[in-house]
Structure formats: C-alpha cells, structure tokens
Write a protein that binds this ligand. Sequence first.
Ligand code: KIV
Ligand code: ZN
Length: 403
Amino acid sequence: MNPPAPDVPDVAAEARTPTHHVAIFDTSLRDGEQSPGCSMTASQKLRFAHALAELGVDTIEAGFPASSGAEIDATRAIAREVRGSTLAALARCHSGDIEACAQALDGAARPRIHVFISTSPLHREHKLGLSREQVLERAVMGVELARRYVDDVEFSAEDALRTEPEFLAQVCSAALAAGARTLNIPDTVGYTTPSEIRALFEYLRGHVVGAERAIFSAHCHNDLGLAVANSLAAIEGGARQVECTINGIGERAGNCAMEELVMALRVRGAYYNAHTRIDARRLVPTSRLLSRITGMAVQRNKAIVGQNAFAHESGIHQHGMLKHRGTYEIMNPEDVGWSQSQMVLGRHSGRAALADRLQTLGFVVDEARLNAVFASFKSLAEKKREVFDADLEALVLGADARA
Ligand code: KIV
Ligand code: ZN
C-alpha cells in the first residue's frame, strides 16, 4: 500500500515552535531492570545503554551500584564507554551507597549521583522508622556527600505524592540548598491523578525556596495505568525532566513509557508547549532491542511500538486509509521507526483493501475477477484470523482456473 502523504501532524512545524525542552531521563536499566522478568547481564546493559545514547536520551540511569558487585561493574563499563548522555547512578542517603556510585561513575563524561529517601508518613513510620526531622537531616547529608564527588546531584523524595505538601516543599528546599540541581517528585506507587500531580508541581514551584534554579522532575509509576497522563500533567505543572522507561518496564505495572510520552509531546507539542530531543525514528528499533534482550514482548495493541499500533483491518477504516491516511492515523509510522502502516486482511476487511493488495501483488483486477476473488477471500477469512499474501495468490490462481 502506498497511501497519500498525511497532512497531520506537521512535525517540522512543531519543532520550529519555541517550546520548553523536557529532558528525558531513562531508567530502563535501573527501575526497569529491577522488575520481574527484566534482569540483564552487564554486557546486555552496556549494549542497551549505547542504544539509549543513540536515541538521544538526556540522562541514562545505569543502575543501583550498592545492590551488587555486578551492578558496579555494569555501571562502570557504561561510564567508560557510553558518550552523549549524562550518566546517573542511584543511592540511598547512606554513605556506602553514595561512595559506590562515585566509584562506579568514575570515567563518565557527565556523571550524576541520584540520592533518594522516603518522605511520606507511611514510609517514614513503617519503612524507615524516622521522624520528619531525621528524614530532613538524612536528605541533606546525602546531597552534601554526593556533591563532594560530583557537581550534578539529583534528589528524589520517594512516595512524594503521598507526602504532606508543606513537608515535601521543606525537604526539597533543604536538598536544593545542600546542592541538588534536580528535584525529582516520584509517584512511587502510581496513586496520583493528572489534576492532582499538576497542582503539586505548581505548589512546589511556588513554595520551594530557590525553586527558580531547580529542575523539577516527574517519576510516575503505572499502577492505575496513568503514568503517561500523570507525567504529561506534571509537565503542564512545570516539570522539565521526565523519568521513564522503554516499553514502560519497571516495578509492578511499570513506569511512564518513554515512547508514549515522547510521541504525545511530538504530536501535541503545541498544546503542551514542550518538546524532547529524542530521535523518534529510533523508538521502535530500541523497543525491539529491549524485548529481545529481556525476552519480554510488548502487547500487540501497545501504543507506538505494538504490532497493531499502525495496523488496520476493518473495511471502513481501510477504505478511509486508502483515500487519506490522516483519516485513521495521527502520526506517520515511519516517524517512529516502522516501515509503513499495515493493512491486515481478515474477515472485517472490504473490497477496496483487497483490490489494493491484489494490485500491489501485481495482479490486474477487473470487476469480474475482483468479485470472484472477493467471494473466496471472504469464505477463507471466516476460517482464518489473517489472510496472507500467499493465500491471496492461491485464491486468484484458483479463481482464474475456475473462470
Ligand atoms: O519510584 C520511586 O520512588 C523511585 C525512586 C527511587 C526514584 O524509583
Ligand atoms: Zn520508581
């Protein structure tokens, strides 16, 4: 099929519009890798880190070095080889964790230490057994220690979305004063909603002391299927970094899916007044690489990178697509790395799509021949989920023999 060029979206025009840059912080190798079914060897992590750099991510979170010697080795190998992105490593606000990060990041062109501590009442009481004051002290200690090793320090308030907003603002202000550049606000358990997270970012920008020099970051989990929507709402509230993963891998139901967020900003860039530096044509190849490495396939109907994302089977949709692909597609498959849209021939397909495919296969189809083939196509499609090109060739030859 060679459908007419679409008139939506004018990606080049979007790119010309002055917009806010939203930095993409990829955590596939840390939050993603620590989820069931996604663990990777050091060489797989290295290979994937190269792919992330080629994709154009601003920051790659390579791992959590304190968790194992293998994690230190993998982070160190990435730090030595991968160029083009900032390289982050995660640490609790413990001196051992922070020192392990500093060791592992040695050799990175642009190292970042990412320190975190839980701030919500539930985590303070049941996980840490610490008071607000103690959490505040540890956050400051963590940031200050990390700053002895690197200039670029990110602070995360774990379970931020279930933290008292005024305490969250207090911890963020202290982390900023201690030398953090990026303040990450994780929705650790995927609990928030778009309007709530947008309001929280607006509140923090108004209440964190020194907010104008901070980069606010969103880190949304997908427990309610809202991670992408919540990340977009955080951008509306002023987030200028989004933490995400390829294919949305991550703890439990995963993290914000990078391919979805990037394409939402690309297709609706004017609405969000924001853009990323991601080379979107590498999204599908990078998604496939991750699936091959982890053995975890994406579902067929996954937005952007699923097999059905640009596939059309129903007669009405196929007919519309043949006239103008903008009727049923809001972006070009080529722009995200697919070769083309797919017209799937099955029992929902109509005569127009069949005629188009027969023509592509080199058959001259007059009305009588098309009628004959269409009847046998329909009866085959009742028995089979999908009718392939080889099936069609057999049908045409059979119809010709009968004529
Ligand atoms: O979900 C979370 O809170 C995290 C932090 C460690 C950033 O992954
Ligand atoms: Zn997380």
